[in-house]
Design a binder for this molecule. Structure first.
Ligand code: OXD
Length: 317
């Protein structure tokens, strides 16, 4: 008997993941393929599970049965091509599973800078015993730009570390771990109060190039900028200039305008910059969490109930 629901996943899955998916409904079949071989299965596919950075447009155009595209990432910027925008294909993402690893990554970056690890690790490689300035994050102010599920988890951990927490947010909700909320249009006011500014926003038309030299100039010269969101939120040449001129003290960057970060980028060799290769969300728990979220949504899809994390294609998140 032909399967009733064909799910094509563009990532390796463990048997336990496949079992959890096929257990949702009788007649559900899961195929795992890489992007290069997915074309063989796409004509029969009803649901495509992909990564938000993959170029699935050619597959999409060859998928007459496709009803739903699910991103294993939070970011869906490569999935918002015109044909999907104009269609009624459901697009969902994995928002909500990133809070724990990303907030730990942000803490690691803040602590690395305050404890001087950015200077000490290169010294160790030279076997040089030399003290560097050290500081604490206790009672410092963290300014979180974008208070979604990741921003909230960062706020909670920062509060637990004795920090003052301020944040920008569209709606003025009650936030137990945030001392002061600012509207997005008050961003520069907030920037001036923070010792660490953390970008935790989705990339949309509105947030594209949100951080320019003006925003860095609104920050304290002693402040650090941390980006775990998307590189395009920042005008990178302005950030480089701000770091070179001492407009801000340093930056912890997990995302870049171009990834991998090109070898000739000055960011690689600045001692006030920590570069990580877009891995803030990754940990051994990632795929288990992502598949659980997908399975919960698949149950809703099969039962024709309202689904989680449906992307508003016009807003882009
Ligand atoms: C994501 C990411 O979008 O990790 O999920 O960057």
């Amino acid at each position: 008997m032909a399967s009733e629901l064909n799910i094509l996943v563009l990532n390796n899955l463990a048997d336990r993941h496949k079992d959890a998916i096929t257990a949702v409904a009788p007649g559900t079949a899961v195929t795992v393929a890489d992007l290069d071989h997915a074309g063989e299965y796409i004509a029969a596919t009803d649901i495509l599970v992909t990564w938000g950075f993959m170029d699935i447009r050619p597959l999409y155009l060859a998928a007459p049965r496709l009803k739903w595209v699910h991103a294993l990432t939070a970011g869906v910027e490569n999935l918002l091509f015109p044909e999907i925008q104009a269609s009624d294909t459901i697009l969902t993402n994995s928002k909500g599973i990133h809070g724990i690893p990303v907030s730990e990554h942000v803490l690691a970056l803040m602590l690395a800078f305050t404890r001087g690890l950015n200077l000490l690790i290169p010294q160790q490689q030279e076997k040089r015993w030399s003290r560097v300035p050290t500081d604490e994050i206790h009672e410092k102010t963290i300014g979180i730009v974008g208070l979604g599920s990741i921003g909230r988890e960062i706020a909670k951990k920062a509060k637990g570390m004795g920090m003052e927490v301020v944040a920008t947010k569209q709606e003025m909700t009650t936030e137990i771990f945030v001392d002061k909320l600012y509207k997005p249009e008050q961003l520069r006011d907030m920037l001036g109060t923070a010792d660490f500014v953390v970008a935790a926003l989705p990339l949309t038309e509105k947030t594209n190039s949100l951080f320019t030299l003006d925003e860095f100039q609104a920050m304290k010269p002693t402040a650090y900028f941390i980006n775990i969101a998307r590189g395009a939120i920042v005008r990178q040449a302005d950030l480089v200039m701000a770091l070179q001129l001492g407009v801000i003290k340093g930056a912890g960057l997990d995302v870049f305008e171009e990834e991998p970060l090109p070898a000739d980028s000055p960011l690689w060799t600045m001692n006030n910059v920590i570069v990580t290769p877009h891995l803030a969300a990754l940990s051994p728990a990632y795929l288990d969490r992502a598949v659980k979220l997908f399975v919960d949504n698949l149950v809703r899809y099969v039962e024709n109930r309202e689904m989680f994390n449906v992307i508003d294609k016009a807003k882009g998140y």
